[in-house]
Design a protein around this ligand. Sequence first.
Ligand code: NAD
Ligand code: UDP
Length: 322
Amino acid sequence: MSRALITGGVGFLGSHLCDRLIEEGHEVVCLDNLSTGRIDNVAHLGGHDAFRFIKQDVTEYLYIDGPLDYVLHFASPASPVDYQRLPIQTLKVGSLGTHKALGLAKAKGARFLLASTSEVYGDPLIHPQREEYWGNVNPIGPRGMYDEAKRFAEAMTMAYHRYHGLDTRIARIFNTYGPRMRPNDGRVVSNFINQALRDEPLTVYGDGLQTRSFCYVSDLVEGLYRLLMSDEVNPVNVGNPNEFTVIELAHMVLKSIGGQSAGSTALTTGIEICPLPLDDPRVRQPDIGLARAKLGWEPKVQIAEGLVLTIEYFRKQLEGSS
Ligand code: NAD
Ligand code: UDP
């Protein structure tokens, strides 16, 4: 049986990865400081022989008993609301935390996977984004603490690969959604669904014509697992190339919730136009040619289906909290 450490393991993506690795027969050590993740996300794994949780900050010295075959570094605030609320922690977890996680992987002879992001492309000047593109990032803008931390993390990962011969993988993850997101994480999918469920207007920033490409979490986890098991050292985009404007997303959420609720109240909640945040990327779409060729992977879940599953999750969460 092989053994994996997942930093940020109680977060949205980390917790789904814990499930997937356990399903595949790996033992999982989940390390998290609970800053943006919820322990509820892994409550179902409590008591499982193959699962262990350690509450720790990954920027501090890491001591893990026993062997490790994989280190998956997912710890980091991930939504604009979270990383702007925790700017120094974001820079520290991307830099010091990545250094500690790489050092641990080296000491254990483990393969290392970095959760990087489409934000390394910044407000992109080429479209769709291919891995060769170096990006257009404002280092001192409101997204700088996240974008530059992840760019540093990629550089550090490649340095460990080249200098120490560490076996490394880099996933450039594009916008992902699904169950276990926090209702208040500020991400557009969580906001729109929770606003519609509470019968509030959907807050569209700017003209709503900026685009994103949304990947359902089960597809993303499949792509990440294949990348982990592959021999691809260079960064690989993992995301769904189906691109929508934010306004289109708002209408899809309203339609989906309206179609599901008896009174169709959500359909009348409407849309509220709010200011566009500084440096908000105008477009974003992954070119997944590399993932298709090297991992034999592409997403399968269409947005309509993924939204229904996510709405169902948030509806239950709201019912549970009322
Ligand atoms: P999340 O906030 O749900 O999970 C992050 C987890 O990391 C949380 O459980 C948090 O408590 C933990 N954490 C943060 N700082 C820590 C520290 N110093 N020590 C230990 N634990 C710490 O976010 P997520 O969406 O699951 O994102 C996971 C990773 O994937 C992040 O690295 C993020 O940058 C990356 N990513 C996510 C997306 C997406 O759409 N979800 C897109 C691109 C990249
Ligand atoms: N957005 C929006 N309303 C919201 C939250 C976000 O219009 O309530 C927009 C935001 O300006 C951005 C897009 O939705 O253009 C995606 O935002 P998110 O915070 O989910 O992540 P990003 O891709 O910007 O990191």
